[in-house]
Each structure stands twice: as structure tokens, then as C-alpha cells.
Design a protein around this ligand. Structure first.
Ligand SMILES: [Zn+2]
Length: 152
């Protein structure tokens, strides 16, 4: 049975980069901002329950999320190295143990803690770089309508 959807949903503007990335950082759906997009803390749902957009739009989606997670860690470690250089310049007796411990702890903890956000940030970047095609919009509207029909 064909489903109907609002024409404004097809022709409406896509949110800008800032809005998309802000929603991703907040662990929300980049398209609509809904916050219930995780099955559990580390597992992204297949679709947004509110707007029906499919997050894994193509194979390799998780590679992009991994890349975002890796870049966050690399930037953090670069900042830590710069802080160590400044610290060492002001105090030549500064030891290496503390920076090494901080580096190892952050290398383990940051990717684990940031992983959920890396999923939604990558979904936002993917959506910003490749706006939804008409077929994906119709598919999302159908998914929402099916959920609505199943729920009633
Ligand atoms: Zn959504």
C-alpha cells in the first residue's frame, strides 16, 4: 500500500552543517534532532524512530565513525604533546611519567567514551556531504508510517 508523506518533507531545507554536527555531538538524529536513536549506549539504531532516516546508508558507515573517533583522539594527543612541550620549556626538570600515563589512559578511555558520539557525528557529516535522495526520503517516510501502523 503506498504511503503518503508531506511534500514539505521532500522539498524542505536540509539543516546546515552547524546544526547537523551539533545534533551529532548531542547523540541525536542529525536529520530531525530526535534523541532516541540508540538501542543501547554503544549501538546505533538502524533508523531514526522519529523521521525514519536510515543511518547506515551504505556499507562502510562504521569506518567513517571509526575515523571520527580516531581524529578526536589524535587532536587530543596533539594538544597533550603541545602542553607537555610548554610544560617542559618552563620546567626543564619535568618528568616524562605523568605525560605517558595521561597518554595511555586517554588512548584507552577517550575512544570508548566518544564512540557513541562518533556514530552520530559521522551520520551528520554523511548527511551533510550527501543529502538524502528522493528514494531515501520516501523509504524513511514509509518506515515511519509502518511503525505508526504497527503501533496502533
Ligand atoms: Zn530523525
Amino acid at each position: 500500500m503506498p504511503q503518503s508523506f508531506d511534500v514539505g518533507d521532500v522539498l524542505g531545507p536540509t539543516p546546515g552543517w552547524g546544526t547537523l554536527v551539533r545534533r551529532g555531538l548531542a547523540r541525536r538524529c542529525p536529520r530531525c534532532g530526535d534523541r532516541h536513536v540508540f538501542v543501547h549506549r554503544y549501538r546505533l539504531a538502524e533508523r531514526c524512530p522519529a523521521c525514519g532516516v536510515r543511518f547506515t546508508r551504505e556499507p562502510g558507515f562504521f569506518l567513517g565513525a571509526w575515523f571520527v573517533n580516531f581524529m578526536v583522539l589524535e587532536v587530543l594527543h596533539w594538544l597533550l604533546v603541545m602542553a607537555f612541550i610548554v610544560w617542559r620549556a618552563s620546567d626543564p626538570a619535568a618528568g616524562l611519567l605523568l605525560p605517558l600515563v595521561v597518554g595511555v589512559v586517554t588512548a584507552v578511555a577517550v575512544p570508548i567514551a566518544f564512540y557513541p558520539r562518533s556514530l552520530t557525528v559521522w551520520a551528520a557529516i554523511d548527511l551533510a556531504m550527501t543529502p538524502l535522495e528522493l528514494g531515501e526520503i520516501v523509504d524513511a517516510a514509509d518506515a515511519v508510517a509502518e511503525d505508526h501502523d504497527a503501533g496502533t
